[in-house]
Design a protein around this ligand. Structure first.
Ligand code: NAP
Length: 260
């Protein structure tokens, strides 16, 4: 498999994070060459990315690029020459430290900047965009056991009812809508994946936000909500992504009822 895919370059945005780093590992495993983007953190002189650079295959096939969603053009270099782009990076702030409008703007501007880079590159065959079950289950889907790709979360419902992670959920819903609208307008092949709470093994040094939220029983009002009863294991979640070269599925939910 490695031989078949050598020379196939893909981009993973947000490779430093929980899902992104696992995805980088899997793609390297599968023989892809991977361009990943990380943010520069001025406070940290040198960011320790050894958990990525020491992965099998990384020395030969992993390149790190610095990019920030606040500067959408900063992703151009990482996307250039890729056959596929996995957009994973997003502001994850369940404590709502920033106003929702700022989070949403950064998320949408960054995502659309990445899609524009994909169009300009002329080599990108498919974009796999990371949405979230939170873009689907709040509002119209709130009381039903099954949802499909026709469901969207209701922004007014989230704003009125959900304080824990509300800005994240609004931003995920509006960003996925903007991504789909852009892809339809410009004929770009985009698949969206919608993990629910991802729990399970991780290789990044930070305790993942979703695992922290899951443990935050005192403040997380979503514990007990159908949304948080459906968890996706890291491995299943990343499995959903590897649909890069398979027939097109439009919106892919990794929701499962099983614990990791
Ligand atoms: N984990 C879940 O349960 C879950 C469920 C549904 C959907 N998702 C989606 O999966 C994706 C990854 O989430 P995760 O759980 O892996 O979260 P994470 O560990 O916090 O990773 C988020 C990634 O985005 C990067 N990022 C944040 N703000 C950025 C900015 N302004 N510019 C560039 N990069 C930025 C982070 O970089 P730094 O390392 O510099 O912070 C990190 O690499 C997100 O799109 C999220 O919405 C996750």
């Amino acid at each position: 498999m490695e031989g078949e895919r050598s020379g196939r370059v893909v981009c993973v945005t947000g490779g430093s994070g929980f899902v992104g780093s696992w995805l980088v590992m899997r793609l390297l495993d599968q023989g892809y060459s991977v361009n990943t983007t990380v943010r520069s953190h001025p406070a940290e002189n040198q960011r320790d990315l050894s958990y990525l650079t020491s992965l099998p295959g990384a020395t030969e096939r992993l390149k790190n690029f610095t990019a920030d969603l606040s500067n959408p053009d900063s992703f151009n270099a990482a996307v250039d020459g890729c056959i596929g782009v996995f957009h994973v990076a997003t502001p994850v702030d369940f404590q709502d430290k920033e106003p929702e409008q700022a989070v949403t703007k950064r998320s949408i501007d960054g995502a659309l900047g990445i899609l524009k880079a994909c169009l300009n590159a002329k080599t990108v065959k498919r974009v796999v965009y990371t949405s979230s079950a939170s873009a689907v289950v709040f509002g119209s889907g709130n009381d039903v056991e099954e949802v499909d790709e026709s469901f969207w979360s209701d922004i007014d419902y989230i704003k009125a009812k959900i304080s824990y992670g509300g800005s994240y959920m609004v931003s995920k819903t509006l960003t996925e809508k903007a991504v789909i609208e852009f892809s339809e307008k410009y004929g770009l092949d985009v698949v969206t994946v919608m993990p629910s709470f991802v729990v399970g093994p991780f290789i990044c040094p930070k305790l993942p936000g979703s695992e922290m939220a899951y443990l935050d029983v005192d403040r997380n009002e979503l514990i007990g909500h159908p949304f948080s009863r459906r968890q996706a294991n890291t491995l299943d979640t990343v499995g959903m992504y590897i649909s890069l070269e398979s027939p097109k599925i439009y919106r892919n939910s990794g929701v499962s009822n099983t614990h990791a």
